[in-house]
Design a protein around this ligand. Structure first.
Ligand code: SAH
Length: 257
């Protein structure tokens, strides 16, 4: 299989998780953008509860914690990420109101209407945008908010190469108006949708991976799976550079009605 035909799903999960445990963020984003999304949410108090789903090692969760007074639960499938998450919580002395737990976004261990805010950066694609919005809604109080970032098309048409890449990686990727319509259909008032600036991909996502790639190729010299994985990540980064006019990450914020 050529690199163009491979997708993220073809690589050993252990490789992917070790790779991403070496960077602060596991998806495109930035503290500034987390705060911009947070600025659309009102009525948060020290009694409010936030769930951060697919939280990774907690890059965005720590920003949320430092800029609210709420109780926050991070949920993540990969136990090692949660270990790192809870170490970060202790470093920042936030353990009285922030906690990471191992859990599956497809079967969350929560009761109905437990949360004032559901957050999820660069992770809802794992369950699918529409399914996530629909299934997670029951955990929110009426008037509670959901804020998720999701890869989206900027235009109705795009070159075949980038279309094919996303078709393999995440066929549910859609245009911004279609995602907003899905949000409304799932029972939320669409409050905002905004595009993450380029530096969320470059400076905060692809650039920190460069030293990790070099270290990985040294540590696993001769390991074909690792070499293929690094080549795939480099291919993804090159595609972004070439086709960033056609797609990017978008923050979607909705209020439960
Ligand atoms: N929010 C973080 C991580 C984004 S990467 C950030 O922006 O930096 C997506 C995360 O979703 C990964 O950490 C991955 O392990 C997690 N994930 C994938 N499938 C999941 C599932 N079914 N349940 C919970 N987390 C999942």
């Amino acid at each position: 299989m050529s690199i163009e035909e491979q997708s993220f799903h073809d690589f050993d999960l252990n490789i992917i998780y070790e790779y991403f445990s070496n960077v602060e963020r596991q998806g495109p984003g930035s503290p500034e953008i987390t705060l911009k999304a947070l600025s659309f949410i009102d009525n948060l108090t020290e009694k409010s509860r936030i769930a951060d789903i697919g939280c990774g090692t907690g890059g965005q969760t720590m920003t949320l914690a430092q800029n609210t007074t709420c109780e926050i639960i991070g949920v993540e499938l990969w136990a090692n990420f949660i270990k790192q998450f809870n170490q970060n919580v202790e470093k920042l002395n936030l353990q009285n109101r922030v906690k990471g737990i191992v859990g599956n976004m497809e079967n969350l261990p929560f009761g109905e209407e437990e949360f004032d805010l559901i957050w999820s950066e660069g992770a809802i694609y794992n369950i699918g945008f529409e399914r996530g919005l629909n299934e997670w809604r029951k955990f929110l109080k009426t008037d509670g908010y959901i804020a998720v970032s999701e890869a989206s098309w900027f235009t109705d048409e795009r070159p075949a190469e980038i279309h094919q890449f996303w078709h393999n990686a995440y066929p549910e990727i859609d245009t911004i108006p279609n995602c907003v319509a899905k949000m409304q259909k799932a029972g939320y008032i669409p409050v905002a949708a905004f595009i993450l600036p380029e530096n969320c991909w470059t400076d905060n996502y692809f650039v920190p991976q460069i030293p990790v790639q070099e270290a990985f190729l040294k540590k696993y010299a001769g390991n074909k799976a690792v070499e293929d994985y690094v080549a795939w990540e480099r291919y993804e980064s090159g595609l972004y550079d070439k086709y960033k006019a056609y797609y990017g990450y978008v923050f979607y914020i909705g209020k439960k009605v």
